[in-house]
Design a protein around this ligand. Sequence first.
Ligand SMILES: *Cc1c(COP(=O)(O)O)cnc(C)c1O
Length: 436
Amino acid sequence: MARVTKEKPANLKKLFARARKSLVGGVNSPVRAFKSVGGTPLFVRSGSGAWIRGADEKLYVDFCLSWGPLMFGHARREIVAAAQRAIAHGSTFGAATEAEVVLAEKIKEALPSIELLRMTSSGTEAGMSAARAARAFTKKDLIIKFAGCYHGHMDSLLVAAGSGATTLGIPDSAGVPKAVAATTVVVPFNDLKAVENAFKKNKNRIAAVFVEPIPANMGVVFPHDGFLEGLRKITKREKALLVFDEVITGFRVAYGGAQTLNGIKPDLTVLGKIIGGGLPLAAYGGRKDVMSMIAPEGPAYQAGTLSGNPAAVAAGTAMLDLLKSENPYRRMEQLTEYYCEGLRGAAIAAGVPLRIQSIGSMFTPFFVDTCGEPICDYAGAMKADKKAYGRYFQAMLKGGVYLPPAQWEAAFVSFAHTDRELDFALAASLKALKSL
Ligand SMILES: *Cc1c(COP(=O)(O)O)cnc(C)c1O
């Protein structure tokens, strides 16, 4: 990473102690605090391509990549330039801009199931609003979600949520009214029978089924053949909406998201992460009749002072344009396969049971012996040894590799990663696994 001046390395322990005096838990999002893996959290000073520089002035190959937005790694030139250009002409207007229309058109072109959309600032907001649109349209209250799927921290979907909630052992968050949690029906992923039963038990009360079409928030898990098709069939029959949460998979597993890979048309889609190019931007959209429920067209209110923010829209547009022009998907998949194969070899050499699941440029190493069987739901994912992951994480950090600081997450490879970074991380992995 190019650097002009060398700053003084910070003492991370001291910095964390200082942070905890002003920020809850020292962080602005819980998983950053390393509760799940132990030790002192990393504070980051800068990033470039596949690398980040810690406040300790150490360099790390980054496989966390801000949890998914950074398809081209950190500070990709065109994205930085686009955001800078936009912000120089005014950072926010709270009024409509042409650039938002352009980005909306690009999103629609990528995901043909989206006829109308609305931009928000976070995936949580987008998911929450999609739930509101679904409830307003169907005039029903209940939502089915799958154990281990994460749809942001909105009240009614923070039940049996994966990701940070799992890691912290609070899948059911305090502060969520029982009456609100009771509007959510949780069923196991990949279990169509359970979905049928949930519909039977709650006749004419289910507004929508929310699903990560390829879950990444219990670690990367795959839908069985026919599972998503089954959800499509059941929801259609029951006059409930099918909502794909593609905040991670959208523009990641393919330009058009998991829905184009699987050839399934959801009624609504939730997007985030990549579409903001690393700035706060998310969206929800889908069928015109459903989205028309949202104000000002319809009676369901949803708004945002910074929604469609010019800098975020510019960064997101630059991201989508780069994804189109450079088409990095095949290369990223090859890099990820290469890395996962190397990791499998290292695990065997070290005698550590490891189940690695990957698709496209995302992967999860589960520290569990499944005898070669895939992990396909939350119960299976929970069998992984979080303590072993924590030790591995710490050894990797020491070796100059930054992974997601929790077992039940997806790690990412970017287009900026090369053989050099991957081989460096594989050497660190072999050493780390041998030390467990
Ligand atoms: C990250 C994520 C969200 C929440 O997005 P935020 O921008 O963090 O609020 C929702 N759904 C999925 C699948 C996610 O991975």
